[in-house]
Design a protein around this ligand. Sequence first.
Ligand code: AGP
Length: 610
Amino acid sequence: MCGIIGYIGNQDAVPLLLEGLKNLEYRGYDSSGIGIVPDAGGSIQIQKEKGKICELESLLAGQSLPKTCLGIAHTRWATHGAPCRKNSHPHANDAYTLAVVHNGIVENYQPLREKLTREGYRFLSDTDTEVIVHLISKYLKGDLVKAVQRTIQELEGSFAIGVISSADPSQIVAARVGSPLIIGLGDGGNFIASDVPAIIRHTRKVIYLKDGEMAAIRKDGVALWTFDGKPVRHKVDVVTFQMDAAQKQGFPHFMLKEINEQPVVLEKMLAARLKKGKVVLEGLELSDAALKGITRIKIVACGTAYHAGLVGRYVIEELARLPVEVDVSSEFRYRSPIVDRKTLLVAVSQSGETADTLAAVREAKKRGARILSICNVIGSSLARESDGVLYTHAGPEIGVASTKAYTAQLMMFYLLALKLADVHGRLSAKERSRLVSDLVAVPGLCRKICRDGEAIAAVAKGHSHYGCFLYLGRNVNYPSALEGALKLKEISYIPAEGYAAGEMKHGPIALIDEYRAVVCIATQSDIYEKMISNMQEILSRKGNVIAIATAGDKEIRSHAGEVIFIPATNPLLTPLLVALPLQFLAYYIAVNRGCDVDQPRNLAKSVTVE
Ligand code: AGP
């Protein structure tokens, strides 16, 4: 979603801000802007533009911006008001002496706007953000920190803000509730940013601002306070993020690179988490005895992470025989969930900043549940708010469509299920050792699928023109069907639905005709024959079947127009393999349709507002 970068120091601010914005592009945005305080004094200068950052750069190329060492910049993902120049950030007061960038949503902006309008403040945009700058302007009596502090008291909702003032060019004032914000401590200058990649080329030393904290960032230091003015002693973290991991490294898109990274990600996870067959869940922060005391598990997540949670339910119930419920976070948080001290709430999130998942966690915490997160981004809000964190260490995922983070989340669920099965003594030694060797073989099998990834381009070519896709799977691959459909729709914009194949006759069969493509996950398992029946029913209605099947299956070709084979594995583990051809298929179809694969329209990488 929206991205923030701000700089104060000895260097020329504009190139630093533009570079920061580019490194935040992956979050998803529709316009961008920059606001600077000229070194020579005078009012704040703001430039903004709709579209990609290159549009902003072209606009700037036509101007001669004054020299500056202080500025803020923003990529906006529209919530209130269309994506256009006037709604882009920064927003300024009438006199251009104050400017604000904001991530999040001011929920009470309407009454605030009405009141401020009555008081004579002029609104130029349709955004919720503009109330912030006018409130600061109203309360500014010389001390910017105090004016921001006073403003914050009136705001409801979530926000991360950066504020500059031409009357006080010695600082950037920042504050956060709900939306992430970090402070980067550089050499001869300091930064604010919504995310580490924005500043990583300049510093690895960061302070994670907590909810309810504000800061004054100066050239040579920072000061932090709570919103009620109590000074805060801050901790400086050193981030280990590798910038080259966030480059395309020869691939045409981040998504394709990240699909191909999966064998290595899974291999590394297993090497770190499965030592001589023993599951090592560093970060779990629960003794075996405490884990044994857990009587039920609730999983909350959104989107792809939710699909990983659905697979997790099958796997934990199968291996550990514990009851598991899975909820989308946005539903869980509002439905008076039943949790207690014996409930383990597992929150799954790549970014660790998803607003609904964070809210679900806070709700469950209030009701006494213990929180375990499965998270990719180190130091994220979710990680910090959980009692235990299992990091997936998949490396930065830049493509908006989640790929490697998903299979890493799946792998974590297999490991967690195995650990739970161990403490509850649910598996025989033979079953256990079989499962462990099957798990260890998975990265190699994924590698085989990646090697043949381009072959899926041919299947994609023959199906890119279809206007509608159905994905069907059963049992542990029912969530795979949901995930396959999500991948396709988010990057190719083709309507796609995932269904439990057993549900086909209860509605979706009405969609089938020669213009539909139906992806059927028909790998070898106890319910293989059931999938074959589904496929026959589709063929007899002239539907076009693409089957995902197990290598060596000789029968499958007579039930499908196209077959994508995956290597044989333990049926319980198939979601780890099935994910890859589904990702390749979605990727190549989107490329054929000329879509912006890495930054699909309207989507954001981390959904930091509700
Ligand atoms: C996945 O391809 C999506 N873009 C999206 O569904 C994502 O998984 C969801 O927003 C959850 O994000 P999180 O894992 O960062 O919480």
